[in-house]
Design a protein around this ligand. Structure first.
Ligand SMILES: O=C(O)CCC(=O)C(=O)O
Length: 229
């Protein structure tokens, strides 16, 4: 698989083309990175229900970075490990610092769709042990960053979008690399690994008019990671 293959590369500012009526296919967005449009659409309602179940045990919270910045996206986690940040640093923890309890187990429907999406992108045998759940309200964003707190860099990252649409930015190995801009909608899945596993990525602020019938002006994102080798 290669970035310059015959697969479509469609930044959000491009005009729709004849392919838009074709069935959902994987689009290469970088070497080893794929956008699977609508991949989670059929299961989206179940995924949203599962998010609410997780949040009932591990509430959404705005974490603080080591530099003292309060993140605009609210977060929760499920699985064996959850991603946490505080003044001591970024890390994975087996316990929710709010409750001192283990994170809620990863609901089977979440794990299943992540494993299937990874396989559809060419990453067979993905076994996520952590799922970070981001909740974006109007204006919330996530700056360009690398996912590098995981021990396992061979496994991909699987990222599912639910609810209001947002602009996803996907750059390169250097923070200064120009980032391409993709509109992610309800049910879209992005998978990246191999040569792009450490590419910088983020999302632009959730727009004032962004909404979805199932979530209103809110977007959820699930990112599945394999932390422990
Ligand atoms: O919300 C998104 O689509 C991106 C989330 C993300 O980059 C992350 O959780 O590391």
């Amino acid at each position: 698989m290669s970035f310059h293959s015959s697969t479509r590369h469609r930044p959000m500012h491009s005009t729709p083309d004849l392919f838009d009526s074709a069935p959902a296919a994987r689009e290469a967005i970088a070497d080893g990175a794929w956008l699977l449009r609508g991949f989670a659409l059929d299961q989206a309602k179940l995924l949203l229900d599962a998010i609410q179940q997780v949040a009932a045990q591990a509430a959404f919270r705005h974490q603080v970075t080591p530099g003292g910045h309060t993140m605009s996206a609210a977060m929760s986690s499920c699985g064996q490990l959850g991603w946490v940040t505080d003044r001591f640093g970024y890390r994975y923890s087996e316990q929710d610092p709010l409750t001192q309890q283990c994170w809620p187990a990863m609901p089977p429907i979440l794990r299943q769709i992540a494993v299937e999406a990874a396989a559809a992108a060419g990453y067979e045998g993905f076994e996520p042990d952590a799922c970070l759940i981001n909740r974006y309200e109007t204006g919330a964003k996530m700056g360009l960053h690398q996912d590098k707190d995981e021990d396992d860099m061979d496994a991909p990252i699987v990222s599912i979008s639910l609810g209001a649409p947002i602009r996803f930015l996907f750059g390169g190995l250097a923070r200064t690399d120009k980032a391409a801009d993709w509109k992610l909608e309800h049910g879209d899945v992005v998978v990246w690994g191999g040569p792009s596993r450490l590419f910088f990525h983020g999302v632009a602020p959730l727009g004032k008019r962004a909404e979805h019938p199932l979530t209103g002006p809110v977007r959820y994102n699930l990112t599945f990671r394999k932390v422990r080798v």
